[in-house]
Write a protein that binds this ligand. Structure first.
Ligand SMILES: Cc1cc2nc3c(=O)[nH]c(=O)nc-3n(C[C@H](O)[C@H](O)[C@H](O)COP(=O)(O)O)c2cc1C
Ligand code: SF4
Length: 516
């Protein structure tokens, strides 16, 4: 029997992976060939999806991108024996895009059957949990602190410190909440983990529960991720059935329960306090901080709120030790980050690398430059509230502090690329418009400021009192940065001011001498 892998990841599905799988099954049936189709996650090389990988005596070899009409010809050409063909890619792990990665969090994504517990265990799964079950809560938190892991959801807050706060908060009931709202533009690493290796998130959340003394976890999943919902629920059911979740985890006497809850479909529901409101069944309105959710969180109880990738990075830390993880990265940015390349880029997809690569290396060595072949002019890093980075700053290393020094953010590692045909005044206007749409409405700088922001940009672009309105826009942005209750209004000025600073000519203003 030949094992064949075709991804069940949303991106691959949108490119026709199901049709390819059906065509392959039909071709095999009609020829009486014995094949086992495994629907795995994606390797993240999206320009090659739908991709077929075949297990041969020489290892796994790939073909792609494959359309259903190519399948019969591929089978005739000897695909099941790993023979050459125009679509033959060979060993994916030998391609430079894949070979040069450091896959820690994504070690299994694209390799295993996402919902098979056996496959997970056969690929070093649950080793972190087994270690954690023999450790004290303090020691688990210490390993995470030692790893240098900082929250991958945006604010980059040290995960160990957050966990320590919840551990030390006395309460009968505590919660672990996974922020799986993933609302940022051009980001999909959370989705790929949940679709491609849901057990790693379940394991990370279970370890978090042991670390802080929480017995209940919720995954707040954005409603637009139906395939992740299916994979998560199937994996959770398998974990319960085999004693990895429940009242007595692996006979340890320790309990952890886990449920998926679907989100309300608003960007602001990704903000942690708004998320908690939504999880409690209320409208997603931002709460004042303090108190921190770590002290008074879900239903008023101490709560860890962590991003999917943050939690999914925990099993390897508990398996191999905090120092192992810490050895990757630079400065205070330790470990690895799954980078997501989208927009006008030749090789869109996801690759995981240690912090420290420069944007130029990411865009050209991995991304292959723009898809249009034109010069890359601006990239937005870290979602819709992230700054636009111009070419003169492409040598900035991916590092939280280095990005902060150029008034930009790493955020969730999403990178959206624009070539030289982009209109940066339109992009700035869009940032304000996005805030108008997505503001929760609780505070004035964000709710009203964003509407005024759109109007002022329109006036500048029309040439109405350009200089005065530019000063007004900068003043308005200052008010939003300093007067907003949360980062929605507080960061919307990032894309606006960066566009204005680096690309004033698009607003009809004098061209800046771009200082890096
Ligand atoms: C407007 C807004 C939207 C956010 N959306 C998300 C999101 O979709 N996913 C996420 O993990 N964090 C999001 N965050 C950050 C969370 O508030 C919070 O910092 C994070 O979930 C904490 O987890 P971490 O420490 O693991 O990063 C958002 C923040 C803001 C202000
Ligand atoms: S900044 Fe915007 S989203 Fe945040 S609390 Fe204020 S109104 Fe709500």
């Amino acid at each position: 029997m030949t094992r064949i892998f075709i991804s069940r990841d949303s991106t691959a599905l949108s490119l026709g992976a199901n049709q390819v799988a059906e065509a392959l099954q039909q071709a095999a049936d009609s020829k009486g060939l014995d094949v086992e189709l495994v629907r795995n996650g994606s390797r993240g090389l999206f320009w090659l999806e739908p991709m077929i990988e075949v297990e041969t005596a020489q290892g796994r070899v790939a073909y792609g991108p494959v359309q259903s009409q190519d399948v019969v010809e591929l089978v005739e050409a000897g695909m099941l024996e790993g023979k050459e063909h125009a679509l033959f890619l060979g060993d994916i792990e030998a391609l430079p895009y894949f070979k040069d990665q450091s896959r820690l969090t994504f070690a299994r994504v694209g390799i295993t059957d996402p919902v098979s517990l056996d496959d997970y265990l056969a690929h070093e799964g649950y080793r972190g949990l087994k270690n954690a079950l023999n450790m004290s809560a303090q020691d688990i938190v210490q390993q995470v602190t030692d790893s240098g892991l900082r929250g991958r959801g945006g604010a980059a807050f040290p995960t160990g410190i957050k966990w320590n706060t919840v551990l030390n908060a006395p309460a009968e009931q505590k919660y672990i909440v996974c922020n799986a709202d993933e609302g940022d533009s051009g980001t999909f690493s959370d989705r790929m983990v949940m679709e491609g290796d849901p057990f790693v998130l379940i394991e990370g959340m279970t370890i978090a529960g042991l670390a802080v003394g929480a017995t209940q976890g919720y995954i707040y999943l954005r409603v637009e991720y139906p395939h992740a919902n299916v994979a998560l629920n199937e994996a959770i059911a398998n974990a319960y059935a085999n004693g990895y979740l429940g009242d007595d985890i692996l006979g340890s006497g320790k309990a952890f329960h886990l449920e998926v809850r679907l989100g309300a479909g608003a960007y602001i529901c990704g903000e942690e306090t708004s998320l908690l409101e939504s999880l409690e069944g209320k409208r997603g309105l931002v709460r004042f901080k303090p108190p921190l959710p770590a002290i008074i969180g879900l239903f008023g109880k101490p709560t860890v709120v962590n991003n999917v990738v943050s939690l999914a990075s925990v099993p390897i830390i508990l398996d191999k030790g905090g120092d192992y993880y810490r050895d990757y990265g630079i400065g205070r940015s330790r470990g690895t980050l799954p980078l997501q390349l989208a927009g006008n880029i030749k090789y869109p997809g996801l690759f995981e690398a240690a912090f420290g690569l420069t944007l130029r290396e990411i865009l050209y060595d991995y991304g292959g430059g723009s898809a249009s072949g034109r010069p890359i002019r601006a990239v937005q890093v870290g979602g819709p509230l992230g700054a636009y980075v111009p070419e003169s700053q492409f040598d900035t290393p991916l590092d939280y502090e280095a990005f902060s020094a150029i008034s930009a953010v790493v955020g969730h590692g999403g990178i959206v690329v624009h070539d030289d045909t982009v209109d940066m005044a339109a992009m700035a206007r869009y940032a304000m418009e996005f805030c108008v749409e997505e503001s929760c409405g609780k505070c004035t700088p964000c709710r009203i400021g964003s509407i005024r922001g759109v109007e002022v940009i329109d006036r500048i672009v029309k040439g109405i009192q350009k200089e005065q309105n530019t000063v007004l826009l900068e003043d308005l942005c200052d008010t939003m940065v300093n007067g907003s209750l949360c980062a929605m209004g507080g960061m919307t000025p990032y894309p606006v001011l960066s566009a204005l600073k680096h690309f004033p000519e698009d607003f009809g203003l004098d061209k800046a001498v771009d200082a890096a």
